[in-house]
Design a protein. Structure first.
Length: 183
């Protein structure tokens, strides 16, 4: 879904409010606003430091926050055998009357050339924003008269990763970490 860039000055303020005195160690790789705003979020800034530690700060205006303590993601601790994608946070909440906002992010290995996201049972895949080894995706859904359970199923996101030859090398719908099955 459509995102818009966050201006550089606002990015600095977002990182400062999210990371405090550690903000200066990080440089942003993705800074975008979502297609709709919820009570708590209207975008995200993903930044990385020289040690390869990533942080995802959800934004609301020029304030940033992270639900993780500490808010960093250390690559060598996260990568497992055969993993080409690692996740930060995937969150969702109502975005005004009749709307629901979903967003998520993560990072990927050099084997990945393209990341897409599908939602619920819809097979259509939408491109994720990719930069600096991180990815971000977002969507805004019309809820109409749907029940909360249906909205959650409809907005459940599934990440897909492709190599440079266009071959799918990762599909979250088939990942035993999320499906409870083994390979």
């Amino acid at each position: 879904m459509t995102t818009t860039p966050i201006k550089a000055g606002a990015v600095g303020r977002i990182l400062s409010s999210c990371l405090g005195s550690d903000a200066g160690r990080f440089h942003p790789v993705i800074a975008v606003r979502t297609p709709a705003a919820s009570k708590d979020w209207d975008g995200a800034v993903i930044a990385v430091d020289s040690a390869g530690q990533y942080v995802q700060c959800q934004t609301k205006g020029e304030r940033g926050s992270s639900s993780d303590v500490p808010p960093t993601f250390i690559n060598d601790r996260l990568w497992g055998t055969g993993h080409v994608v690692e996740y930060f946070d995937a969150v969702g909440e109502p975005a005004g009357k009749g709307r629901y906002l979903s967003l998520g992010a993560g990072h990927y290995t050099t084997a990945v050339a393209k990341i897409t996201v599908s939602y619920g049972e819809d097979p259509k895949q939408y491109p994720a924003v990719m930069a600096g080894g991180a990815f971000f995706y977002t969507a805004s859904f019309s809820t109409g008269s749907s029940t909360p359970k249906l909205i959650a199923a409809m907005s459940t996101s599934y990440v897909h990763a492709y190599n440079a030859a266009g071959k799918e090398i990762y599909n979250q719908k088939k990942d035993p970490q999320f499906t409870g099955t083994s390979r």
